[in-house]
Design a protein around this ligand. Structure first.
Ligand SMILES: [Zn+2]
Length: 214
C-alpha cells in the first residue's frame, strides 16, 4: 500500500491479534469495531470510558496515599518492634549510603505510580470537559513513557516473599497500608488492562472531532 503522507497513517489501524491492516471508520457511541479476519476488538468508542477511568483513577490515588501514610507491616523480633512504611523502605537505602538504588527505588515504587494516577485524573477530567486538545496529547505521550516504569505490583510481590521468609523468626502484623496497597495494585492492573493507552488516544481523537463538528 502506498501512502501519500504521514497523516494517511492516522486512519489505518492494525489488528493486535492477526496483524491485518484496516481502515478506521467512524462508529456510534457505545459500539466497537471488530477485525474482519479474526473477530477481535479493534477499537471501541464509548464516552462512558472517560467517567469510568476518572472514577478508578481517583479511587486508586486515594488508596495510594493511604498506602504511603500508614505502616505496611509491624515486625516484632526479640522484643523489638519495627514499623515499615513505603517511604521508609527507600529512605533506609539512602541512610545506608545506597543512593543510586534508593533513587531508583523511590522512582519505581513512589514517584512514577503517583505521577501516573495524577496524570490519569487530569487527562480524564480534561477529556470529560473536552478541553486542551494539545495538552491531552502531551499527557498521553508522557503516560506512555512512564507507564512501563511503575512497579508497585512487583514491590507488593517482593514484600510478600520477604514476609514469607521472616515467618518463624519474627511476629508479623499486617498494617492498614498493606491492604490499601493490594487495593491500589488491583486498581492499577485493572485500569491498565481495561483501558489501554491506544484506546484513550482514539477516544480523545473522536471526542475532539465530535466537538469540532458540533
Ligand atoms: Zn484480526
Amino acid at each position: 500500500m502506498k501512502l501519500e503522507n504521514e497523516d494517511a497513517l492516522d486512519n489505518l489501524i492494525i489488528c493486535h491479534e492477526c496483524y491485518t491492516l484496516h481502515e478506521e471508520v467512524p462508529i456510534r457511541d457505545g459500539t466497537k469495531a471488530l477485525c474482519t479476519k479474526c473477530g477481535s476488538v479493534l477499537y471501541r468508542y464509548d464516552t462512558k470510558l472517560v467517567d469510568y477511568g476518572l472514577a478508578l483513577s481517583i479511587a486508586g490515588l486515594i488508596f495510594f496515599i493511604l498506602a504511603n501514610i500508614f505502616p505496611l507491616v509491624k515486625i516484632e523480633l526479640l522484643g523489638h518492634e519495627q514499623f515499615i512504611t513505603i517511604p521508609k523502605t527507600f529512605m533506609a537505602l539512602f541512610e545506608n549510603g545506597f543512593y543510586v538504588v534508593g533513587i531508583l527505588c523511590a522512582f519505581l515504587i513512589f514517584i512514577f505510580p503517583l505521577m501516573i494516577f495524577g496524570i490519569n485524573i487530569v487527562l480524564f477530567s480534561l477529556l470529560k470537559l473536552e478541553k486542551e486538545k494539545a495538552f491531552t496529547k502531551d499527557l498521553l505521550v508522557l503516560l506512555a513513557h512512564i507507564k512501563p516504569w511503575s512497579m508497585s505490583d512487583i514491590f507488593l510481590i517482593s514484600i510478600l516473599v520477604a514476609l514469607v521468609k521472616l515467618i518463624g523468626y519474627a511476629q508479623i502484623h499486617m498494617g492498614i497500608s498493606f491492604w490499601t496497597l493490594i487495593l491500589f495494585v488491583g486498581i492499577d492492573l485493572y485500569l491498565t488492562k481495561s483501558i489501554h493507552i491506544s484506546e484513550i488516544w482514539m477516544l480523545r481523537k473522536r471526542l475532539f472531532l465530535a466537538k469540532e463538528s458540533r
